[in-house]
Design a protein around this ligand. Structure first.
Ligand SMILES: Nc1nc2c(c(=O)[nH]1)N[C@H]1C(S)=C(S)[C@@H](COP(=O)(O)O)O[C@H]1N2
Ligand SMILES: [Mo]
Length: 401
């Protein structure tokens, strides 16, 4: 499955990718373009990832190159983006995975459950787009603070675990009056600061209970520490920040968490304003798509036929259709979905074959979800640079010569 995408990546980068990738990146060959982040070795907790497919913004913010995905519904772990608000916990927490304990609160019979016990309560698998709330922030001309992600703070992965509603049912059901699902990350907090100002704790509406999982596997393997192992709360259809890694407490609550990351962070604030609890929280994802290939970052293409390929997803809804424009958005052609449909929360790969003559072409895609929502031309301006699903912003320029 990685072969096609690897070939695309190799073509896009114009350099052979390093094999194995257990060690630091090999020195760039003279032929390699000065891709941002390419020369920085990956930090130890993600040293197993494939550096040639990644852009390293920092040790805790690592994005997948546009050219390194787009032709498979599943993103391999080696290429999946990373976003940590705090340093990842010590690898000791994945030494004995089954011993990991999560406190379940806000149920009629609250108690702590080990991962071994959770495995006895039920199993489900969901394919899901994991996308950072700030994916596409780099296209905001206002340059909001935060990582200037392009398209690659997103992937589509399979999670296996127990449905949260089965966990609640096993503990007597959700207690009266609870309106939110609140997950708390298991990171060690820095000393000398108010824990509420740094802890990764998020609340989502109870509606998310229909499909949320407590997951221990990603893409058929135990979840890597970097992606939240041993246990992760996954909330399909919601932005990445709501899927809490190394979850140590799962509470059904009457109120949203008062952690800063919930009360003030990840809010849709007017340009120039600060986040506050009165503003909408970044939660449900909207319909979105982009072209991955041609990525517009390689050598000029030869005139002739090109396979324009990318990904499209509906967020909380299934994706229904996608169109492609090769003339800057003046006219649109229906693209074809290719590969398996992994369900409502997964993305679909699309392809449109087009003939491109010599010159510069602006290519873009526009998706429609199952409720008829069409991906908008323009981003919704907001101070944090969240939820960018503008088709114009995600366009690529391809030179044919
Ligand atoms: N415990 C914990 N969970 C977390 C985070 C974190 O820093 N700590 N970051 C969140 C954010 S902002 C995103 S986008 C996703 C990133 O998931 P990934 O690193 O597995 O790609 O995890 C979310 N869950
Ligand atoms: Mo994120």
């Amino acid at each position: 499955m990685a072969g096609g995408a690897a070939a695309l990546a190799a073509a896009g980068l114009g350099a052979a990718r390093t094999a194995g990738a257990q060690t630091a990146v090999t020195p760039a060959t003279p032929a390699a373009p000065a891709a941002p982040g390419a020369a920085k070795p990956l930090p130890a907790y993600v040293a197993w990832k494939d550096p040639a497919t990644l852009i390293q913004h920092s040790g805790t913010t690592i994005e997948t190159r546009r050219s390194a995905f787009g032709t498979s519904p599943i993103t391999p772990a080696e290429r999946l983006y990373i976003r940590n608000n705090l340093p990842a916990p010590d690898a000791a927490i994945v030494a004995d995975r089954d011993a990991w304990v999560v406190a379940i609160e806000g149920v009629k019979q609250p108690r702590s459950l080990s991962l071994a016990e959770l495995k006895g309560l039920g199993v489900e698998t969901v394919a899901m787009v994991l996308q950072c709330s700030g994916n596409g922030r780099g296209f905001f001309p206002s340059k909001p603070s935060g990582t200037p992600w392009g398209v690659g703070a997103a992937g589509c992965v399979m999670w296996s675990g127990v449905p949260l509603r089965q966990v609640a049912a096993a503990l007597g059901g959700v207690a009266e009056g609870m309106r939110f699902i609140t997950g708390t990350g298991g990171e060690k907090l820095p000393e000398g600061v108010d824990p509420k100002s740094v802890i990764v704790e998020r609340s989502v509406p109870m509606a998310a209970l229909a499909d949320a999982l407590l997951a221990w596997e990603m893409n058929g393997a135990p979840i890597a520490l970097a992606h939240g192992g041993p246990l992760r709360l996954v909330v399909p259809g919601y932005t990445g920040v709501n899927s809490i890694k190394y979850v140590k407490r799962l509470a059904f609550t009457a109120q949203e968490s008062d952690a800063r990351i919930m009360s003030h962070g990840y809010r849709i604030s007017p340009p120039g304003a600060k986040g506050d609890p009165s503003q909408p929280s970044v939660q449900e994802m909207a319909v979105k798509s982009w072209i991955n290939s041609p990525a517009g970052d390689g050598a000029p293409l030869k005139p002739g036929t090109v396979q324009i390929a990318g990904v499209a997803f509906g967020g909380v809804n299934a994706v229904f259709a996608v169109e492609v424009s090769v003339d800057g958005g003046s006219t649109w052609l229906p693209a074809r979905f290719v590969g398996p449909d992994l369900g409502r929360y997964a993305w679909r790969n699309f392809v449109l074959e087009a003939r491109l003559s010599a010159g510069s072409h602006r290519l873009m895609s526009r998706a429609t979800d199952s409720t008829g929502q069409v991906q908008p031309r323009d981003r919704a301006e907001n101070a944090g640079g969240y939820n960018n699903n503008s088709w114009a912003d995600h366009a690529v320029t391809v030179v044919v010569a």
